[in-house]
Design a protein around this ligand. Structure first.
Ligand SMILES: Cc1cc2nc3c(=O)[nH]c(=O)nc-3n(C[C@H](O)[C@H](O)[C@H](O)COP(=O)(O)O)c2cc1C
Length: 205
């Protein structure tokens, strides 16, 4: 794992001829889906953008970043703009199915969650939801590296334009993750990784 994390980098130029397998993509999506989230609510969704036309439009709304059209796969993370009772309800239903518990036993948990989330403004809720999406992003990046697949996390794009292009109204695009295989011409793969030293990062008290 240590080697995989050292090997990965935010790929700037992909080889458009190289596609990742369906099995590898599935594993990455499952890794994102396995990320922990606050309350376990998973308040984000993924759009796998396959249409070349849409990908070209997204590239134009992303400062012309080439991974949008040249990577094998493009995943857009979206979050809810508002607390949806329906969303919380379907989460409760899922717990009932998976854990085979009685629905009534979850009422307190549900009320607690609604109590906290319904006090947030739409902007606060988007921020809270987006924090959860970043955890998923991290899991996807790590799984891709583990599989020897290149990736690029991106937030350098015009989010409102993404919403328009993808026809989102209740949901809001917040992050992009692209996957594929690096081009030999991507010079950034040779750059040394710049990170803090552990002494700079960690304080012991
Ligand atoms: C949330 C997030 C957003 C990022 N947005 C972009 C982006 O829009 N375009 C880009 O080329 N790199 C983007 N990056 C990549 C970072 O610049 C890169 O991860 C950082 O410089 C460290 O380099 P490394 O990932 O190659 O080790 C983003 C990274 C993260 C985590």
């Amino acid at each position: 794992m240590k080697n995989a994390l050292a090997w990965r980098y935010a790929t700037q130029k992909y080889d458009p001829a190289k596609k990742i397998s369906d099995g590898d993509l599935q594993e990455i999506l499952e890794a994102i889906n396995s990320a922990p989230t606050s309350y376990g609510l998973q308040p984000f969704k993924l759009i796998h953008v396959k249409s070349p036309e849409l990908r070209a439009q997204l590239r134009a709304a992303s400062f012309d970043q080439s991974p949008l059209t040249d990577a094998s796969d493009v995943i857009v993370f979206t979050v809810n703009r508002n607390v949806e009772d329906q969303h919380i309800d379907s989460y409760m239903q899922r717990i009932v199915e998976v854990r085979e518990v009685e629905r009534e036993k979850l009422n307190r948990f549900q009320q607690n969650m609604i109590g906290v989330l319904s006090n947030l403004s739409s902007a606060e809720l988007i921020a809270w939801n987006t924090k959860q999406a970043y955890i998923g992003l991290g899991f996807g990046l790590v799984m891709a590296a583990h599989l020897g697949i290149d990736s690029t996390p991106m937030e350098g794009f015009q989010k409102d334009r993404y919403d328009e292009i993808l026809g989102l109204t209740d949901d809001h695009a917040v992050l992009v993750l692209t996957f594929g295989y690096r081009s030999d011409e991507d010079h950034t793969q040779h750059h040394k990784k710049v990170r803090k030293t552990l002494e700079q990062l960690v304080t012991v008290k």
